[in-house]
Design a protein around this ligand. Sequence first.
Ligand code: PTJ
Length: 261
Amino acid sequence: MGFHIPKTHPRYESLKLREKIIEGYKSGITAIQGLIAHGRGECFDYLIGEKTIPPAIKAMRAAIAAMLLAKHPVISVNGNVAALVPDGIVKLAKVLNAKLEVNLFYRTKERELKIKELLERCGADEVLGVDDATATIPELFSERRRVSPRGIYIADVVLVPLEDGDRTEALRKMGKTVIAIDLNPLSRTSRAASITIVDNVVRAVPKMIELAKEMKSVSKDELRVIVDSYDNDEVLREALKYIASRLMELASKGVVLSFKT
Ligand code: PTJ
């Protein structure tokens, strides 16, 4: 087991996530580069106040509407997502009737298999992308180009939680709707995606499960209105404005902690 963190520690939740990522690395699920990616995420989470912000909720509603309307919705899973929210991602795929596909940037057979087995232990009926990655995403030269012909290749909507930018652009060029979950509103992924949820995957995934359950009874016409009226540029600008005004407020109020002595 990982390092013991006392529940009373003021940064308990954040430290617990770090331990999950470290455990993911030690058990062969997460790439070592995933630790660095996590640290970058932590920094942006500080900036948004470590809570789900209104533009993220707007994006989540559009994302769920798009997934519910999709013919072939697929959720792509990497080493960080598998370490942080394995149960949640399987549950989300189930409520949305979406396929799960392992697709790694730092691709190794061992990690692919371990992630597949973990998702199966969490209740996944089928995990694509491991033995069947025989199709190729055009104009993509990373290891992520190899995908399942029954999954990402034919998907009309792909959810890519926590991503590196090149694949998002390649998938968009193939005409797919790409939904990203990325704490950094300025990343290439965030700016290239059709819908960007600026939130931590550990908060976004449970919230999306809740929304998916709620929105399942919404008519197709209403879902279409939600998708068609969505503007990702506006949502990213709202996220940046949220961070800017939060920082301005902190800068004017003061940030020093006070202690009783
Ligand atoms: O498992 P693999 O081999 O597919 O590799 C996965 C990583 C994440 C290592 C790989 O895709 C990568 O290098 O990604 P980047 O380019 O570092 O981008 C990761 C993005 O996710 C950054 O913009 C981070 O801010 C963001 N991020 C990190 N942790 C979280 C996050 N976004 C949401 N929730 C998080 N917990």
